[in-house]
Design a protein around this ligand. Structure first.
Ligand code: BGP
Length: 471
């Protein structure tokens, strides 16, 4: 038998001591119990009730892996497969069924139990406050377009900090805040399914402001922890080095990445973004004091979600002047030949993208403390890979993670301040309109067998990676 030292010697990619190994998930995608114990409706519950056919196989957010009732079993599994940390989100509409008012005691009990159970299992809770799940009562008065909703969110955040901040040391104000902007107000894949660029900008602006306000409140409470935001950074690569392609690629970067990254980390919106909005007449309504507040309440910690790059080329066809304004007025997405694809999700797999993001953060964002908060591969029909022992042989997922981790490792060698890697996701879960179409987890969920959990090959592999702190 090999000694520990001998095994260590075979590790080629060794990560720094204390590296955060784990995964991430969100309340709506895992909890279930959508109408239990006083939870109010959120936009997903409502939208599903209205239009079930918009969801894959008509499966809605009530039918998830039932983390609400099975969290103990799930946390034990997290520990088993080597998680030293896990990101969950709190459901605003569970805490405050109407978005504001009296806190729901049952919700407080649930999140207290979950947090305590995680700590008892040495799985550090990373807690996010908003993961796409606007309480319906808040959407009814305009959602993020209404400043009152932003104030309600800040109250909700304060309540969470006060109740759980003695044990939770890593907080996040939002997950991928640009996605509700794109989905809800530009490209019709989230409720309220509007296409209205002016509103999209206002919604995005209020989201950033709400994040800064929550950070301010957190700091005032003097809790000893860190607060950050989780952004989906999609590096933009131009088709060529011609100036028109470079310009198009830069605009895509400014709109889809820097619009949230710059104010979150630097406290300022990029000049290029402001120029575009001014030129097009889409500047949001900004109240006195807002920009100072954003300037003085930047994040301590940045979560980076990375799935795919964006390939961009200069606009070839003139946009239809009748069509509603979208950012595609400025560039075309470019389909590069010969790229590696995840055919199930239709996303390009470009592992080096993760390194490019980390180096960009190191060089242009003060090398702020960061971690990979999501990265993963959604695959359809994984049951066909289940072997006789009942284990899903997802070697493709192992390869996906390993190849991304190699680039993370390289970034660390070059001085990146990246502190961890969380896979999307721990256990196959319900996803927005795709429901259970694509499976992402280390652990599979058999929907025909009372959501039975079984660890996939990737879960066993990850356990070892975490134990060895490398591979
Ligand atoms: C991210 C979200 C997650 C998750 C993931 C996978 O954008 O933060 O909530 O859903 O993407 O995407 P999908 O489920 O759409 O395949």
């Amino acid at each position: 038998m090999k000694t520990v030292e001998e095994i260590r010697e075979t590790i080629q990619f060794q990560f720094p001591k204390g590296f955060w190994w784990g995964s991430s998930a969100s309340a709506t995608q895992t909890e279930g119990a959508a109408d239990k114990d006083g939870k109010g409706q959120n936009i997903w519950d409502y939208w599903y009730e209205q239009e079930p056919s918009r969801f894959f196989n008509d499966v809605g957010p009530g039918d998830t892996s039932q983390f609400y009732s099975r969290y103990k079993e799930d946390i034990a599994l997290m520990k088993y497969i080597g998680h030293n940390s896990f990101r969950l989100s709190i459901s605003w509409s569970r805490m405050f069924p109407n978005g504001v008012g009296e806190v729901n005691a049952k919700a407080v009990e649930f999140y207290n139990d979950v947090i305590n159970e995680m700590i008892a299992n040495e799985v550090e809770p990373f807690v996010n406050l908003y993961h796409f799940d606007m309480p319906m009562a808040m959407q009814d008065i305009g959602g993020w377009a209404n400043r009152k909703v932003m104030e309600a969110y800040v109250e909700y955040a304060k309540t969470c900090f006060t109740l759980f901040g003695d044990r939770v040391k890593k907080w996040f104000t939002h997950n991928e805040p640009i996605v509700p902007v794109e989905g809800g107000y530009l490209y019709d894949f989230h409720y309220p399914n509007e296409v209205d660029f002016r509103k999209a900008v206002q919604v995005g602006y209020h989201t950033i402001l709400s994040s800064a306000k929550a950070i301010q409140v957190y700091k005032e409470l003097n809790l000893d922890g860190k607060i950050g935001i989780i952004l989906n950074l999609t590096p933009s690569y131009p088709r060529s080095q011609h100036s028109a392609d470079l310009k198009a690629s830069n605009i895509a970067d400014v709109i889809f990445n820097r619009s949230f990254l710059d104010p979150s980390v630097k406290g300022e919106f990029p000049d290029e973004l402001v120029s575009i909005l001014k030129e097009e007449g889409f500047m949001p309504v900004i109240e006195k004091g807002d920009l100072d507040l954003i300037k003085s309440n930047t994040v301590d910690l940045l979560g980076i979600n990375y799935y795919q790059p964006r390939r961009v080329k200069a606009k070839e066809n003139l946009p239809n002047p009748e069509a509603p304004f979208t950012p595609e007025r400025y560039f075309d997405n470019y389909v590069m030949t010969g790229r590696k694809m995840n055919p199930h999700r239709g996303w390009e797999i470009y592992e080096k993208g993760i390194y490019d993001i980390l180096i960009n953060v190191k060089e242009n964002y003060g090398n702020i403390e960061c971690f990979i908060s999501e990265n993963g591969m959604g695959v359809e029909g994984e049951e066909r890979f289940r072997d006789k022992e009942g284990v899903i042989q997802d070697s493709y997922r192992i390869e996906f993670i390993r190849e991304h981790l190699k680039w993370v490792h390289k970034a660390i060698q070059e001085g990146s301040n990246v502190k961890g890697y969380h896979l999307w996701t721990f256990m196959d879960n319900w996803s927005w309109t795709n429901a259970y179409k694509n499976r992402y987890g280390f652990v599979s969920v058999n929907l025909d067998k009372d959501a039975e959990r079984t660890v996939k090959k990737s879960g066993y592999w990850f356990k070892k990676v975490s134990q060895d702190n490398g591979f």
